[in-house]
Design a protein around this ligand. Structure first.
Ligand SMILES: Nc1ncnc2c1ncn2[C@@H]1O[C@H](COP(=O)(O)OP(=O)(O)OP(=O)(O)O)[C@@H](O)[C@H]1O
Ligand SMILES: [Mg+2]
Ligand SMILES: [Zn+2]
Length: 154
């Protein structure tokens, strides 16, 4: 059966194939509580998926995602796909991709790191391992595997 659990949107962004259980983190990343009052945000948790078993979906009207936010979503959920909707049609759909290097997505967990001293520098991380995911701060070399608490939001 076609998915009809969420009302279609005219213009906006669909984040589909989110790892089941991570939609609320995605909402935090995109700053869903700060969007303009005209924009409906629909969330579906634990939706049956042929490809994934279970998945979450987030649909946001009148919003485009910055590259930083797409990267943050890729960190949480490498299976996610991002679709742009215009006039009720999908004009672009792409899977998220995990880059080798992140700028401004995570805060370094090391309180002594130069990136946490109020200097005008964006935190930068290299992906040192993909499965499981491990990142390393370019400034202090601290490894981060438990990155959820350190994701920056808007
Ligand atoms: N007007 C719309 N409003 C809200 N969501 C939409 C709209 N049109 C498409 N979508 C959603 O955008 C995503 C991509 O659309 P598409 O038609 O390519 O989906 P699909 O055929 O289910 O493909 P797949 O699941 O393989 O990515 C899906 O999650 C779909 O539900
Ligand atoms: Mg589908
Ligand atoms: Zn650091």
């Amino acid at each position: 059966m076609r998915e009809l659990k969420i009302t279609p949107i005219k213009n906006g962004t669909v984040i589909d194939h989110i790892t089941s259980g991570f939609a609320l983190e995605v909402l935090r990343i995109i700053g869903a509580n700060n969007l303009d009052k005209e924009s409906t945000v629909s969330v579906a948790l634990h939706v049956r998926s042929r490809r994934m078993g279970w998945k979450d979906i987030v649909k946001v009207e009148n919003m485009e995602l910055s590259p930083q936010k797409v990267n943050a979503i890729a960190l949480l959920s490498p299976t996610a796909t991002i679709s742009m909707i215009q006039d009720f049609k999908v004009i672009e759909k792409r899977p998220v991709t995990l880059p080798d290097h992140f700028t401004g997505v995570l805060k370094c967990p090391n309180p002594n790191c130069i990136s946490n001293q109020g200097e005008p520098i964006e935190p930068e991380f290299d992906v040192v391992h993909r499965r499981p995911l491990a990142l390393r701060c370019r400034y202090c070399d601290r490894y981060v595997d438990d990155f959820l608490p350190h994701l920056k939001t808007r």
